[in-house]
Design a protein around this ligand. Structure first.
Ligand code: AOY
Length: 457
């Protein structure tokens, strides 16, 4: 039995004692998930819940063995006995081990302004009132795909703005490539974060992302890549043979786009004397695009210097928007030090020096999948309504020490309000944009990657 697939254990320790802490006669706990005001990005892309639903919550997730395992662990872990064995046994007996909760959520791929309800959870068995928030720890982990998709979406808008100003916005799909597999903590994170990026883009070197998009979102191949060098494949030829290493790239891959990391010794020498010198004719006669990759130094400075050298050696043209374009056989990819802030600085440096953003693409690893946390979008999951003694009451927190942490009260509805969303009480008569995505062990209203990409414009 796998410890990390035991639903009794996929929570915070303190929640194991919470069934004894609600008011007597509590029969329902209703909680909601939001990106609170003050988030880094004003709108959040909702993405990733379907992975948690399908991977952790579907079907018979409670078994006698899992209850026994939890009970044994908690005997050691807690000084005071707390485990709700009867509660879990009821789920096993009365619900065949399927979780008696209903989860509603905004469609995956939707772009929702901060301070709106994104998901709600409530128990469907009055005796399982304690289960709603037992699931908080696991369900709130969707902060991660939402935040990656949100930031990647914001980076997309930034690149689009530069392309609208200086080049061709149609090329956006391959402008930000996922280099992030090695920079995350484990393959599961690579898969989740990588798939979140692919909501917005088509380029990736993160193969784990493709597995998740395929298994969870029915997309057989969600992202694409090209042959590309790493330092070892260049430096193993020896410092004196960098030209031969570069020539080999052109002969091994005689057509299509190929990328070569070119800073092994001296990026400026490589651009001027190898690509723009010894191998210039082979680059020009090759049937495809050579993408030159700087990988060190101050990115805005190095990128502009590289563009200037390549412009000098291969020639440039001026596009309809008045910006300089490199020879069509030569482009540049910057993949070192690229996060949201640096992306803006590089684009600004290039365009303010007259270079079209068409000359550039970007790679991002840690900046795309790892330099963010639950506070980036200020995600929180809070109870807003309970039923006690048959009476429904609004509940909320309102700490004097931080008014921005005030939570919403009552049963909530998300309505469409001139092309965006607004959270209102369920008494509002407009249709709810939250859909039931899970009920009593079964995922509902499953979404494909295709549908998600259509929604996220
Ligand atoms: N990949 C575009 C295709 C990918 C990579 C992956 C870490 C690529 C490099 C490139 O051009 O240069 C992981 C660093 C780079």
């Amino acid at each position: 039995m796998n410890w990390l697939n035991n639903i009794c254990l996929l929570t915070d320790s303190y929640k194991v004692s919470h069934h004894r802490q609600y008011p007597p006669q509590t029969t329902r706990v209703y909680s909601y998930f939001e990106s609170r005001s003050g988030a880094a990005y004003p709108q959040t892309v909702f993405f990733g819940l379907q992975y948690w639903l399908k991977h952790y919550l579907t079907g018979q997730v409670v078994t006698r063995e899992k209850i026994d395992q939890a009970e044994k662990l908690f005997k050691s872990h807690f000084a005071t006995p707390v485990f709700n064995r009867a509660g879990w046994e009821r789920i096993l007996r009365e619900h065949k081990g399927r979780l008696p909760v209903e989860i509603k959520a905004v469609p995956e791929g939707a772009l929702v302004p901060q301070s709106n309800v994104l998901m709600t959870v409530e128990n469907t068995d009055p005796q399982a009132f304690w289960l709603t928030n037992y699931l908080e720890s696991l369900l709130v982990q969707v902060w991660y795909p939402c935040t990656v998709a949100t930031q990647s979406h914001a980076m997309k808008q930034m690149i689009l703005q530069a392309l609208q100003q200086s080049g061709d916005p149609e090329s956006i799909g391959f402008k930000l490539h996922d280099f992030g597999f090695r920079g995350v903590t484990c393959p599961e994170q690579a898969a989740i974060g990588g798939a979140s990026h692919l909501v917005n883009f088509l380029g990736t070197d993160n193969l784990a992302a493709l597995a998740l998009a395929s298994e969870i979102y029915a997309e057989p191949c969600a992202g694409f890549s090209i042959p590309a060098a790493e330092h070892s494949t260049i430096t193993s030829w020896g410092r004196q043979n960098e030209i031969a290493a570069c020539r080999n790239m052109l002969t091994q891959f005689p057509s299509g786009t190929v990328a070569v990391v070119s800073d092994s010794y001296d990026i400026f020498n490589c651009c001027a004397n190898i690509w723009g010198g010894a191998l210039k004719d082979q680059v020009l006669y090759r049937d495809g695009i050579l993408v030159i990759r700087p990988d060190s130094g101050d990115p805005p400075k190095v990128v502009v210097q590289v563009l200037e050298i390549l412009g000098e050696k291969f020639g440039t043209t001026r596009n309809a928007k008045g910006f300089r374009l490199l020879h069509p056989k030569v482009r540049v990819i910057q993949g070192d030090g690229v996060d949201f802030t640096m992306l803006g600085l590089i684009l600004k440096a290039a365009t303010s020096n007259g270079w079209s953003a068409d000359n550039l693409s970007f790679g991002s690893g840690g900046g795309l999948l790892q330099k963010l946390n639950r506070d980036t979008q200020r995600f929180a999951f809070k109870c807003s309504s309970v039923t006690v003694n048959g009476a429904e009451r609004d509940v909320f927190k309102q700490p004097v020490t931080d008014p921005a942490k005030k939570s919403k009260a009552g049963r909530l509805k998300l309505v469409q309000q001139n092309n965006t969303y607004q959270t209102v009480p369920q008494t509002d008569l407009r249709p709810d944009q939250l859909r039931t995505v899970f009920r009593n062990g079964t995922p509902l209203a499953e979404t494909t990657f295709n549908q998600i990409r259509k929604l996220t414009v």
